[in-house]
Design a protein. Sequence first.
Length: 91
Amino acid sequence: MSDVAAPLAPAAFDEELIARIANGISSVFREENARISPVLLVQETTRVYADLVRHFTPQERDVGLKGMLIALRADLRRPPTPGEGNSKRLA
């Protein structure tokens, strides 16, 4: 027997959910006439995916995603606070 541990198998990702998240975020930004860079889109998609997997059952994730996209839209519509600049709209 070898003392070397076998590499861990990668965690299974729900690629369909990841695609729905990325498409939803892109749609919200587009509909609000805001831009998001590809890197920030990946980061935001990853954050939302982690939150959905951590806090929602698979059956609840679509509802959770809708709520997160509603919150994102509200954040994009919120007027910038002093010192914030235009960074939200040019993510």
